[in-house]
Design a protein around this ligand. Structure first.
Ligand code: GLU
Length: 311
């Protein structure tokens, strides 16, 4: 089987330590088994994402020595790997799900705005109560005179079970634990969940490696896979790197942004320190990408999130 992994950043600013750690993990996980690594730019949220940030991501990855085998690149016509260019594809799958009777219109406004970005666990998860599930034709007519609806997936009352490569057996009830989630916003934009599944499926991604704050959302994504006729990939989540404050690293931690890191460290120093943070090696000894890949072993990676004491 061809192993294909991916890194799927959102170009909403300069990358930071947490992003390059994610890139490195997804890269090493496929490369240590001879797989291919794909770069996809997740710029669905047009208000926050910029082309120049995407180009900077490609440059930062190159500087680190992480060169994608497929996907966004400075060399080729890579427009197919930018989600903002893929609406024609998402609409096809959206229509397919709609015709299967799996989607319904929802006129409630809460939670709608951020669905174009990945719903990280620290953002909190609210199970939608299903208020709009049973609206009559007349009620929908009346409500649509006031506002446009978004579209939600009707989640069945069944358990979904899968084995995560790092966190083991994952078990949730789709209706009760996950709830009906948004696949398309009222303004027509598709949600992260729909786009990520359609893209991973069509791009032949066989393994999804990403932070453990996206572990539970894999249930929603597996449900989409099963309904568009693709097999779900293997999931392997990794622990998060946390700031001293205990919160997830974000673009706000400017001292860990790539421009600062590139001034202060060599790529080998950065990779060596990340390797030390996640138990790949016992010291911060500088390491090349190749050495990281050779030393990489999922067994060594801890499950618990890691506070980064960078100095
Ligand atoms: N664009 C998402 C993020 O940056 C990627 C999530 C995923 O890997 O599925 O959080």
């Amino acid at each position: 089987m061809n192993i294909v992994g991916r890194f799927a950043p959102s170009p909403s600013g300069r990358m930071h330590l947490g992003n390059i750690y994610a890139a490195l993990m997804s890269y090493a996980s496929v490369k240590c088994r001879g797989g291919k690594w794909l770069l996809r730019i997740e710029d669905l949220d047009r208000s926050r994402c910029k082309r120049e940030y995407a180009e900077q991501i490609i440059d930062d990855l190159c500087w680190l020595g992480l060169v994608p085998d497929l996907g966004a690149s400075i060399l080729a016509d890579d427009s197919a790997y930018y989600q903002s260019n893929r609406d024609d594809i998402y609409i096809k799958y959206f229509e397919q799900l709609r015709q299967q009777g799996l989607l319904y219109e929802c006129f409630c406004r809460r939670n709608e705005l951020n669905v174009a970005s990945a719903p990280h666990a620290s953002d909190g998860h609210v199970v939608y109560g299903g208020k709009c599930r049973l609206l009559s034709y007349e009620q929908k007519e009346a409500l649509s005179r006031e506002r446009k609806p978004c579209w939600r997936m009707r989640m069945p009352d069944v358990d979904d079970v899968f084995v995560d490569g790092k966190y083991g057996v994952q078990h949730e009830n789709l209706a009760k634990d996950r709830g009906d989630f948004i696949v398309r916003r009222a303004d027509g934009n598709f949600s992260y969940n729909l786009a990520v599944v359609v893209d991973d499926a069509l791009m032949g991604v066989t393994e999804v490696v990403r932070g453990c704050d996206l572990l539970t959302v894999s249930h929603e994504q597996r449900f989409i896979y099963s309904n568009i006729g693709y097999e779900a990939p293997h999931y392997c989540h990794f622990p998060l790197l946390l700031a001293n404050s205990g919160s997830r690293l974000s673009k706000r931690d400017h001292s860990l942004a790539m421009d600062v890191l590139r001034d202060r460290f060599t790529p080998e120093e950065l990779i060596g320190t990340i390797a030390w943070c996640v138990n790949i090696q016992p010291t911060k000894q500088p390491m090349s990408v190749c050495e990281f890949v050779s030393a990489f072993d999922w067994q060594k990676i801890p499950q618990k999130d890691i506070v980064v004491n960078w100095d």
